[in-house]
Structure formats: C-alpha cells, structure tokens
Design a protein around this ligand. Structure first.
Ligand code: 8YV
Length: 325
C-alpha cells in the first residue's frame, strides 16, 4: 500500500522529518523558502496532510483548491493562521501544539520583562557604542521588578506560568484580566486578583500580554489604553502581532508616556514598524519566545505525532476541531 502524501511547509528538525518519512511520502521545504499563498496552495495539491507553522495561512480558498486535504497540524499553540470554521466545514482536522511550550514561553516573557524594566538592551547598545566612560548614580536606572505589580492580560496556560513566576519567584502582586475568571483555587495558587482591563492598566507597574489573537483581541492595546498606563509602566507583548497598535505604542514610547516596552511579536511581522526601530526604550526580539532547542523539538514532534496518530489511529492528539471522517 502506498504511503499517504503530506507537505511539511517549512524547514524542520531532520529527525522529525525522518520519523514522518516512515509513515508518509513527504514533500519538505528544508530550504525554508517562504511560499506565497498561491505557491502553498499549489504545493498542497495531492497532499492529505500538512505540517505548518504560524506563517502559513489555511483558508477557504486553499481548502477549496485542495479537497483531498484531511488534516493540517500547526507547529504552534496559536492558530490565528487557520480559518478553523472553514476547515471544519471542509472536513479538515486542525491541530496545534499546546502545553509543550508553556514554561519556555513564560520564561521568555519574564526575560523580556526583566530586560525592559532594567534597560538591558538599551544599556548594552550604549556600552557597545563606546559611550561608557564612567559610573554614575542614575545610569540606566530602571524600574523595580521584585515586589512590584504585574498586570497580566490573558490568563491561559502561559499567563498562569507568568503569574506563578511573578508571585512565587519575584514576590509581585498579580492582577489579571481574562475573558473568564479563574477558579478561587487557581487564584489562590497564583495569588492573583481579577480586575477590569482599565483597572489593570491604571494600576500595573508592568503589563504582560498573553492573549490569543482574534478579531476581538485586535488592538487590545491602542492609544486609549496606553493613555491609562502609568508613565513609569512597562508593556510586554509575547502574544501576537496585532494585539498592540504598534504605531500608537511607538509614539507613546517616543513621548515617554510609558517607560518602556518589550516586544517579541509585531503587526505584519517579520516587518517591524519603522518607528519602533528608532525609539531607544524598547526591547525587540524576532518571535522567539518558544525557542529553546528542546521546546522547538517538542513542538515539532507533537505536530508530527498529530499527523501520524490521525492516519494510524484515526485521531490526533491535540485537535482544535471535530470533523466527520
Ligand atoms: C511559534 C508561537 O514559534 O506557538 C505559538 O503560537 O507563536 C510560537 O511558539 C510560531 O508560531 C511558529 O509556528
């Protein structure tokens, strides 16, 4: 019996490709070309499964052109690149990679928070530029992290990871805002207090965004929200581009209406709003919050296992929808 054909849309760990090859006829992209929608649609021809990353959009047009497709496994926990209702309507199973990246991503949220509050990259640039000639009492004086108040917007798995680190590692007061309130038990565990978004923005010393992207969460932080924040506050976005209005943020940073920001994700990435590149009080990283070697391997393996399990056992491990086989 011939093996089912799948597409692996981006470069991936060779060992993961190897295990997929034992079950599937694999078309891969180890050159890691970024395909246009038309090219992705064309490459998908004849494939019953695909492994994608957050960069590949699976929408109605692609599905219509590929009626043979049965599953797309995203190597990401976020799935705003999928039109899940269109996939369900087309009978295509969607899966993501939850849990395996939670702690690593929460670690990085903290790395950005620390770098932002304590001005790590700004001061490094100063040093590298040869500008450091003497010690001075207020040189790159930042804001306190330990004992301060963190406001977490989005209290899913990663948000809770941030809350745990904040409360138990740094003695921070934890405020959070979320679509739904956590159980009293979880609130207790994270010493977290549920507040409205406005109250969170007005009171937090550090605001952390960990909310999934959707039409409703588009520009969760824009000019009006930035205006509510304290002038000494910092903002970190490890969620998705589009959660923050990057132009409004760049202006607020330039005018020092908030102290600083740390951004791992951007509207229209990998393009970055040019004004963000010229303001000094922002730490910028290229969407690497989940990028430890072991976590990226675990994500790739889970995406691959979703494909393998679907074709060998009739169900995927971490599905996002239910489809009739
Ligand atoms: C991925 C992410 O690296 O999992 C997510 O949602 O944002 C990152 O961990 C990225 O989406 C590539 O697939």
């Amino acid at each position: 019996m011939s093996k089912p054909s799948i597409l692996v849309a981006r470069a991936i760990f060779p060992e993961v490709l190897q295990s997929l090859s034992q079950v599937f006829e694999v078309e891969s992209n180890q050159a890691d070309e970024v395909w246009s929608a038309a090219e992705l649609t064309r490459r998908m021809q004849g494939k019953v499964g695909a492994l994608t990353t957050g960069s590949e959009r699976i929408d109605a047009a692609l599905l219509q052109a590929n009626p043979q497709l049965r599953i797309v496994a995203n190597m990401a926990v976020g799935f705003n690149n999928f039109d899940v209702p269109a996939m369900t309507a087309a009978g295509v199973l969607a899966s993501n990679t939850p849990d395996v990246l939670t702690e690593t991503t929460a670690d990085f949220g903290f790395a950005l928070l620390m770098a932002t509050a304590r001005r790590v990259t700004e001061s490094e640039h100063y040093l590298r530029a040869g500008l450091w000639t003497k010690w001075s009492y207020d040189m790159f004086a930042g804001s306190e992290v330990h004992g301060s108040t963190i406001g977490i917007i989005g209290m899913g798995r990663i948000g809770q990871g941030i809350a745990r680190r904040a409360a138990h590692g740094f003695g921070m007061k934890v405020f959070y805002h979320n679509r739904s309130r956590l159980s009293a038990e979880l609130e207790n565990q994270y010493k977290a207090t549920y507040v409205s978004k406005d109250e969170l923005l007005k009171t937090a010393d550090h605001v952390m965004l960990v909310v999934p992207y959707s039409a409703e969460s588009h520009h969760t932080i824009g000019a009006a929200e930035l205006a509510l924040m304290k002038p000494t506050a910092t903002l970190v976005n490890i969620a998705r581009g589009g959660i923050v209005d990057d132009a409004a943020l760049a202006l607020a940073l330039r005018e020092k209406r908030i102290a600083a920001a740390g951004l791992d994700v951007f509207e229209g990435e990998p393009k970055v709003h040019p004004d963000l590149l010229t303001v000094p009080n922002v730490v910028l990283t290229p969407h690497i919050a989940s990028s430890s070697i072991s976590t990226r391997l675990a994500m790739a393996n889970l995406a691959a296992d979703n494909l393998i399990s679907f074709f060998t056992k009739g169900k995927s491990l971490t599905p996002l929808n239910t489809v009739v086989a």
